[in-house]
Design a protein. Structure first.
Length: 462
């Protein structure tokens, strides 16, 4: 394992792509130039085999996730083996990656996500029997992965999603058609808050920055042409359908969704014709209006995944299903009305089956300048949304503190709110480090945090 002094994070925005090849599993890194064109940086090969008759644990890199601090990636692998591999890679400042550890997990880990910098949730996906979410704690110093929780997750759980504050985890159960909402506890374990039937075979989950609006595709179910819109209660996590709960998506078999970083546009990718459509969101109700704007990615089933960064959409083209070349990523500039303008052609990932991806953007001032600086300028709790500034204590912090998922929700959670973004002080109002050294008890979010917030809200930074 590399020394702690060598650990870093990419110094510029970087797209990391998992290549789900049967003969080679790899992670490819791309930076983005001044014209928003992808630039191939490097490919880290995790595993190879000359034949699928001899499966190797590091091939078929499927799920991929990056820690909130940007220092580590994790990939899951879905081979023909009965015990599968998780790979942890260090992210270097030049956007290259280096393998630091491989670990075993039960078959099959179709998805995984970092809950925080040291806790990793992984699916145990099976076509029969109860599926599970397994939570591991990763010790960066010892380079060990230790299971700390295991929860039943319905049938055929294929996707995991974490909200912006990293307080809730969402999981799908496609064959039974249920969505589960989990509380992420301070110790990294998860507790089921809600399980609700929403319809069979839903894929491509997205959640707004405030955690109140959930979207997904329906694949080949429910008419094969709609997006599901659900409302999430900020306190109880109760799930209800919006009115209307379905919007025509524009193409066939919608399987991928991605929200623009400002939540103004929902992008929907389809498997039947490989089109990506843009749908405008009403900022108050979350209801969708199809713009009619779309881009065609290639052959049927050719979309690997879709992701966004400010003003742009990134698409991977997955050669597992598509004969279109080159096989890699393409970036589109997005207008206010959801129109697509390509910044370049597809840029090859240097491997077959580029599939899932994550986008890392360096974030400045993620600690905050005083105890009340808890969010970026748009009100997303720190470390904030990628490429959104944090200019100190302002309206963004006020809005985050009094958002539906802020102070009053946290205050209702008791000790479970310890460590959440409104937990800025002990019960006496003494700020937590690095702004103070409380000696009193901290039983959750309460009057101490409220007083500390307003005592610092109008103080200048610096």
């Amino acid at each position: 394992m590399l020394s702690a002094g060598a650990m870093g994070q990419a110094s510029q925005r970087t797209i990391f792509v998992a290549n789900n090849g049967n003969l080679e599993g790899a992670v490819t890194g791309f930076t983005i130039d001044a014209q928003n064109r992808p630039v191939f940086v490097s490919k880290t090969v995790i595993g190879t085999t000359p034949s699928t008759a001899n499966p190797v644990g590091g091939t078929n890199a499927d799920g991929i996730s990056i820690t909130p601090d940007g220092k580590f990636l994790a990939t899951s692998h879905t081979t023909a083996l009965t015990t599968e591999q998780i790979t942890v890679l260090q992210v270097n400042s030049d956007s290259t990656t280096s393998i630091v550890g491989t670990f075993l997990t039960p078959d099959s880990p179709l998805d995984l996500v970092w809950l925080n910098d040291t806790t990793l949730a992984v699916t145990r996906t099976r076509t029969s029997g109860t599926n599970e979410i397994i939570v591991y704690r990763y010790d960066r110093t010892a380079n060990t992965m230790t299971e700390i929780d295991r929860e039943p997750a319905g049938t055929f759980c294929t996707e995991l999603l974490v909200d912006a504050p990293r307080s809730r985890l969402f999981s799908n159960s496609t064959t039974e058609g249920t969505l589960r909402v989990w509380n992420i506890n301070p110790d990294g374990t998860i507790t089921n808050l809600e399980t609700q039937f929403v319809g069979p075979y839903f894929f491509g989950m997205s959640i707004t920055n405030d955690g109140l609006h959930f979207y997904s595709g329906v694949g080949t179910s429910n008419g094969s042409n709609v997006v599901t819109h659900l409302l999430i209660d900020p306190v109880t996590a109760a799930i209800t359908g919006a009115d209307p709960a379905y919007t025509i998506s524009g193409g066939g078999a919608p399987a991928f969704t991605a929200l623009s970083t400002d939540d103004r546009i929902l992008f929907v990718g389809h498997n039947t014709g490989s089109e990506v459509y843009s749908l405008l969101r009403d900022p108050a109700t979350g209801l969708l209006t199809n713009t009619g704007n779309f881009v065609d990615i290639g052959d049927q089933g050719g979309i690997g995944n879709i992701r966004t960064y400010p003003g742009h959409l990134v698409v991977t083209r997955d050669s597992s299903f598509s004969s279109s070349t080159p096989r890699g990523i393409r970036i589109f500039a997005i207008s206010e009305q959801g129109q697509f303008t390509p910044t370049s052609d597809f840029v090859s990932s240097g491997a077959s089956a580029p599939n899932n991806m994550v986008i890392w953007s360096p974030r400045s001032n993620v600690v905050g300048c005083n105890p009340a600086d808890i969010a970026d300028d748009q009100g997303t709790p720190l470390p904030g949304s990628p490429n959104v500034p944090n200019a100190g204590v302002n309206e963004g912090d006020y809005n985050a503190f009094f958002s539906a998922s802020g102070y009053f929700e946290h205050a209702s959670q008791g000790v479970l709110a310890v460590g959440k973004f409104c937990d800025i002080a002990d019960d006496q109002g003494t700020p937590k480090p690095p702004f103070g050294n409380p000696v009193g008890a901290n039983t959750g979010v309460n009057e101490g945090d409220y007083n500390c917030f307003f005592n610092n809200l109008f103080l200048p930074c610096g």
